[in-house]
Design a protein around this ligand. Structure first.
Ligand SMILES: Cc1cc2nc3c(=O)[nH]c(=O)nc-3n(C[C@H](O)[C@H](O)[C@H](O)COP(=O)(O)OP(=O)(O)OC[C@H]3O[C@@H](n4cnc5c(N)ncnc54)[C@H](O)[C@@H]3O)c2cc1C
Length: 376
């Protein structure tokens, strides 16, 4: 296949592998990317592209915040087709209990330098006239934004190949070996380091990884410009995202630059097939119509599914494998891999180059999986 020995071979050209490739190439490393399908065709194509700062834990906040800053720094350079849109998020509160959560989030973000605005019922209705009446308020996070993820992955691959990265497309990795990777056709690509960034397929290549598939559905509508102006998310979304067992749906609607609306979202464990399930789509749409009654009159064009790669502690695995220091992991990003791809790439390359990172790396190190902490 190739007689060359690369510094790094990266498995998977999703948004995470692509960002890692661009960052490695920037550092002057010789890089190869091996992708079984097409660039950004896995979870990256299935995702919503919401770049959002999250507060589930300090570690999740640090990674999402750092990554969002990196996205902001490159926003002027992103090609038009990446559709970067600084629409902001509104977390919508239906009752006083959720309004208390709005205030908790406001305080959390304010203490960490993230700008937010508490909306009362009237200012929420003014910001989003298509929301139903009777909602009590919300939290606007103006710094959140939206992109079209597959084009962002393509952009990162283009950045990497412009610096000499080799791209092996349509070639599936069969095995990770000492000294490189073995393709399904039997050929070997030699490399000093291997990065497993194969998303929900990563455990198939690295045995023992605690990464599970978590299926999600999305629906896209025809064009209805300004029907919503922000990414709208119910506060109950957090309960849905945190549940580690059952299937769940939550109201999550996003305005696209095309004028279309992306409607999410669902979460299911233990489902391996990628079929669109009518029962789930119906529940998801009913939930969305509860918040945006006028949505029921709009036409939807397509529904699809994708698999998030979920770890038990809801944080990604970024860094050397627990037992093999020549194998790096960049996987397990669940529902935040678009947001956190850029920070992941920085933390990965900092470890490869043996230097400190802008944020502490410890919470994301794969070695935590051997310490038993995640089973608590
Ligand atoms: C419904 C849904 C909504 C989401 N919404 C958001 C959101 O709004 N914001 C956000 O931040 N995140 C979101 N996510 C999560 C996000 O999409 C993922 O975390 C992210 O795309 C993961 O990227 P990845 O590169 O790790 O994986 P993938 O995009 O899946 O890429 C992995 C790549 O590896 C390749 N591969 C696999 N096995 C092999 C092999 N053996 N050999 C070679 N190549 C291989 C695959 O073909 C694939 O291209 C959402 C996910 C879903 C499902």
């Amino acid at each position: 296949m190739s007689s060359k020995t690369y510094d790094v071979v990266i498995i998977g050209a999703g948004i995470v592998g692509s960002a890692c490739a661009a960052e490695c190439a920037n550092e002057g490393l010789t890089v190869a990317i091996v992708e079984a399908g097409i660039i950004g065709g896995g979870a990256t194509a299935a995702g919503m592209g919401h770049l959002t700062v999250m507060d589930d834990s300090e570690a999740q906040f640090a990674l999402t915040r750092y990554s969002q800053q990196l996205w902001d720094q490159m926003s002027d350079a992103l090609p038009r087709e990446v559709e970067h849109d600084s629409c902001g998020t509104i977390w919508v509160a239906v009752d006083d209990e959720e309004m208390a959560e709005v205030r908790r989030k406001e305080k959390f973000y304010a203490e960490r330098g993230v700008k937010t605005e508490v909306l009362d019922a009237q200012s929420l209705a003014e910001a989003e006239p298509n929301l139903r009446g009777g909602l009590v308020g919300g939290l606007r996070v103006p710094g959140d934004s939206v992109i079209y993820p597959p084009c962002a992955a393509q952009y990162f691959v283009d950045q990497a190949t412009a610096k000499g990265t080799a791209l092996f497309l349509g070639m599936a990795v069969d095995k990770i070996e000492t000294g490189g990777i073995r393709l399904r056709d039997g050929s070997l690509i030699s490399a000093g380091l291997v990065v497993n960034s194969a998303g929900s397929a990563s455990p198939a290549l690295t045995r023992g990884l605690e990464v599970k598939k978590r299926k999600g559905h999305l629906v896209i509508t025809d064009r209805y410009p300004s029907f919503v102006r922000h990414q709208l998310v119910e506060l109950g979304y957090l309960k849905s995202a945190h549940s580690m067992t059952s299937e769940s749906v939550a109201f999550n609607v996003q305005p696209r630059k095309t004028g279309q609306l992306l409607i999410g979202s669902s979460r299911q464990f233990g489902v391996d097939n990628s079929h669109v399930e009518n029962a789930i789509v119906t529940r998801m749409l009913e939930r969305a119509v509860e918040y945006l009654p006028g949505l029921g009159k709009l036409s939807s064009l397509r529904a699809w599914t994708g698999f998030r790669a979920a770890t038990p502690d809801k944080l990604p695995l970024i860094g050397p494998h627990m037992e093999n220091e020549r194998l790096y992991l960049a996987t397990g990003h669940e529902g935040l891999g678009i947001t956190t791809s850029l920070a992941t790439a920085k933390l990965l390359v900092d470890q490869i180059m043996n230097r400190d990172s802008a944020i502490p790396v410890t919470p994301y190190l794969p070695t935590r999986m051997t310490r038993g902490a995640v089973h608590a």
